[in-house]
Design a protein around this ligand. Structure first.
Ligand SMILES: NC(=O)c1ccc[n+]([C@@H]2O[C@H](COP(=O)([O-])OP(=O)(O)OC[C@H]3O[C@@H](n4cnc5c(N)ncnc54)[C@H](O)[C@@H]3O)[C@@H](O)[C@H]2O)c1
Length: 376
């Protein structure tokens, strides 16, 4: 079986113990080069690759490496466009982490470059590769709740974690592998206890670099909203309110309510709270004219409610063994490799990536300007 030769850029939280490790577990993939501009991060990631893997500190050099045919980008959001464009200009396929980019202009440029090159652009929207969300959308599509009218999502959590700066790679990769363990939770709590200037200025806390909290984090959740509408209906207008009430030392907001109007009259609402140290509560509801369906990220079941007395609990089957980190993170790469081999289009393509960013970009602007914002 031919193996796709991959080069992975960004040996941080997602890149090393996530993408590099997952690629080494996929039979028809091979990691032939890795890159990080930080020598220490690069060296630490060598634990996941064999001795023949080439190491680069300059992403241009990895992309130019003639042996590398497919590029996986796992660097801060504002760097995705430049790396993807370079890869397309050299005829290479690209998987880029979510959010596709920090701005709509960058997302559009990436789509254009991939189309011009005729190469694959896949975005790391891993809910699209998680069986739980497939079941959730399948129930909506079945008509069991009637016609969908309202959608809700809430993400209540602690602030973005600073494990990379605080503890370095050993603990960070451990925390990914044992994402649900008490050990990881303790480490995260300790990390939050003291916040140095370096941590305050971590890229994900910088609005211009990350796109803002709603872009960096909630593009996943707005993507599921779009999916609940079969990607056929576009968001038209967003009104959002939010700000910094607790974590005032950070540049990004720590809470928001976002209201989204879709062109067919469906309404979406998302609540974000970054001062919920008790855990990660992420849940979605879809309300139709005949019922409601609920899905919680950390519960392996979906609830279908059709009357006061009818609550059906549907168990979700997940592949075993569980991949480290987020569910769907290996399946999305399996699809990328398959698409590279067969020249087929991935499910989470550039357009789905763009649509998942346009809602939070509008929401961030709505919060800044205090007015409703047209999407796109
Ligand atoms: N799919 C998900 O659920 C998920 C989860 C977390 C992060 N992400 C995304 O993954 C990407 C990376 O996030 P992370 O949490 O791993 O960040 P991170 O800060 O842990 O890692 C980023 C790495 O990129 C390196 N880097 C920065 N600029 C570089 C450059 N120009 N060239 C080469 N290396 C460079 C840094 O040194 C660092 O090691 C982001 O786009 C983020 O939004 C996705």
């Amino acid at each position: 079986m031919r193996k796709v030769k991959c080069g992975v850029i960004g040996m941080g939280l997602m890149g090393a113990s996530g993408h590099v490790y997952n690629l080494t577990q996929i039979p028809n993939a091979e990691v032939t080069a890795i890159c990080d501009s930080d020598e220490e991060h690069l060296q630490s990631a060598t634990q996941y690759v064999d001795l023949t893997c080439k190491l680069y500190t300059d992403s241009d050099k990895l992309i130019e490496d003639p042996e590398v045919e497919a590029i996986v980008i796992s660097t801060p959001n504002h760097t995705h466009r430049q790396m993807a464009e370079k890869a397309f200009s050299l005829g290479k396929d690209v998987f880029t982490e979510k959010p596709m980019a920090a701005s709509l202009e960058d997302c559009r440029a990436m789509i254009e470059a991939s189309e011009k090159a005729g190469k694959i652009l896949q975005v790391g929207l891993l809910c699209r590769y998680n069986p739980q969300f497939h079941k959730f959308v399948e129930i909506i599509d079945s008509g069991d709740i009637g016609d969908i009218q309202m959608m809700f999502c809430k993400e209540f959590r602690a602030p973005f974690q600073n494990l990379l700066i605080q503890f370095g790679h050993t603990l960070k990769s451990k925390s990914q592998q044992f994402a649900d363990s008490e050990e990881a939770a303790r480490a995260a709590e300790e990390a939050q206890a003291s916040v140095s200037l370096e941590e305050q200025q971590a890229w994900w806390r910088m609005r211009q670099i990350s796109g803002g909290a709603l872009v960096e984090k909630n593009c996943h959740h707005f993507d599921v909203f779009n999916w609940m509408l079969n990607d056929k209906v576009r968001a038209r207008r967003v009104f959002a309110t939010g700000g910094k009430n607790v974590h005032k030392q950070f540049e990004i907001i720590d809470h928001a309510w976002v209201s989204v109007d879709y062109e067919n009259g469906v309404k979406g609402c998302l609540g974000l709270c970054f001062f919920a140290p008790w855990g990660e509560e992420v849940e979605w509801w879809a309300v139709g004219d005949k019922g409601k369906v609920e899905c919680h990220l950390h519960h392996e079941e979906i609830h279908l409610i059709k009357s006061y007395y009818h609550r059906e609990i549907i168990k979700v089957k997940f592949p075993e063994p569980r991949e480290p980190g987020h569910r769907g993170s290996r399946v999305e790469l399996e699809e990328f490799i398959k698409c590279v081999q067969n020249g087929t289009k991935p499910y989470a393509d550039g357009m789905i990536g763009l649509r998942s960013v346009e809602i939070p970009v509008a929401a961030e602007r709505s919060i800044r300007e205090g007015v409703p914002v047209e999407v796109g």
